[in-house]
Design a protein around this ligand. Structure first.
Ligand code: PMT
Length: 402
């Protein structure tokens, strides 16, 4: 049951909009309250009157309507909900969301909202497969926006393929499952590290690695989606900030350690960052010059602090559940088992980072969860799915020990 949960349903302009009165009806039947924003294009496929009749409420469609704005402004509309659902989510609206555009009531409410969002994409198969749409989808996923569907099947345009909107019943299941999981980590504080660190050689050069931050950011998004008050300490990456997460951006391992220590206490800490183990012993204050005919001077290195090990030895400030990653190129599980003990953490997620695996920078990951009781081999999953599975496992563990 949805227990009076308030759902802001944004109906965009696709043929699948004709299914949304049924979705509104199902939400009401399950005990929720649906309030509807209808885009101008959405109004070509379903009438405001139909949606108003099934929701028992005004249907909002105009950003510049004096009556609507004074009655329920776009900011209030977007905040006065427990969840925002976009169905159908057209290619156009997904692109606007990814780019942060706000030129009508729907896109403005989506930009203004601080609430979780589920999208149910629906479009022609070529539009769905277009690199632009797939790129936008990844951007939205990385921000913690969930996706239900699309499905494969015959399309209204006569083509066949992926792009049909999920059925209203399936969207309702996604909504219900969101509310079942969304409060499991409420009252818990989580700290996540992500991305590489940059260790300065001189003002223009640095030592770094290939971490993109995709895995760490997805973990922060998944923990926040379950209600944890989440701080993400990230090295330099191009990843967007996940929704509902406090993001602290740092450059070096030493900056990352300071930010992590300042974020304590935490119930959960996940160290997914690829922290540089060493840094140049002397950072030149001016750009180092190449002297013609002379060999480059050898570079002396100092060891960086180990953040995971420091958190593991933090006494009464040690996070209750401390999780590390092990990036290995051979004897993956054996090395991870040793690392778990030497770093004093509870779990280690071991992943193979040999170049042919594409783990660094890629969208998928194969991890092995190593704890004191043994090893659990997870199948190859998207990094978002790894993050959700890990968050679920964390919630189960904390629930069992409560
Ligand atoms: O960012 P992506 O492109 O998505 O790639 C994800 C990932 C491969 C970076 C990620 O899944 C991963 O494996 N992160 C850990 C990378 C790493 O540095 O592994 P390690 O085996 O060298 O370190 C072991 C653990 O100690 C890690 O939790 C690491 O964060 C931590 N560590 C290491 C060194 C250090 N100075 N401080 C640390 O906290």
């Amino acid at each position: 049951m949805l227990d009076n949960k308030r759902i802001l349903l944004i109906v965009a302009g696709g043929i699948a909009a004709y299914k949304t009165p049924e979705l509104v009806r199902l939400i009401g039947k399950a005990g929720g309250q649906a309030r509807v924003i209808l885009t101008r294009a959405g109004g070509q496929f379903v009438t405001p009157m139909t949606l108003a009749s099934v929701s028992g409420d005004t249907v909002y469609d105009d950003l510049f309507s004096f009556t609507e704005e004074s009655d329920m402004g776009h900011i209030q509309l977007s905040r006065d909900a427990d969840l925002v659902v976009v169905a159908p989510a057209t290619a156009d609206l997904m692109a606007k969301m990814a780019a942060g555009l706000a030129d009508d009531l729907a896109s403005t409410a989506l930009l203004a909202t601080d609430k979780p969002v589920i999208i149910a994409p629906a479009m022609n198969v070529r539009m769905w497969e277009h690199p632009a749409t797939q790129h936008n989808l990844k951007t939205l996923n990385a921000r913690g926006i969930r996706c239900v569907g699309p499905e494969e099947g015959d399309m209204a345009c006569g083509e066949y393929g992926m792009g049909r909107m999920a059925e209203p019943g399936d969207i309702l299941v996604a909504i219900q499952s969101f509310f079942r999981t969304s409060d499991r980590l409420i009252g818990r504080r989580a700290l996540v590290t992500s991305g590489p660190t940059h260790e300065a050689i001189d003002p223009v050069r640095y030592i770094a690695n290939r971490s993109s931050g995709k895995q760490g950011h997805a973990i922060a998004a998944a923990l926040a989606a379950m209600g944890a008050e989440t701080t993400l300490v990230s090295g330099p990456t191009n990843q967007p900030d996940p929704a509902g997460v406090q993001v602290i951006r740092v450059q070096s391992a030493r900056n990352m350690l300071d930010a992590c220590e300042n974020a304590l206490p935490a119930d959960i800490a996940v160290c997914a960052a690829a922290v540089a183990d060493w840094r140049p012993a002397d950072e030149a204050s001016r750009k180092m010059k190449k002297e013609p005919g002379t060999a480059p001077a050898p570079m002396a290195l100092d060891e960086n602090p180990d953040i995971l090990r420091t958190l593991g030895a933090a006494g009464n400030k040690r996070p209750g559940l401390l999780i590390g990653f092990a990036a290995e190129t051979g004897a993956v599980v054996e090395n991870a088992q040793k690392k778990r003990l030497s770093k004093g953490c509870d779990w280690i997620l071991a992943n193979d980072v040999s170049s042919q695996t594409g783990t660094f920078g890629g969208d998928d990951n194969t991890v092995h969860l190593v704890d004191k009781d043994g090893v659990e081999n997870w199948p190859r999953l998207s990094k978002v799915a790894v993050a959700e599975k890990l968050a679920d496992r964390i919630a189960m563990t904390l629930e069992a020990s409560a």
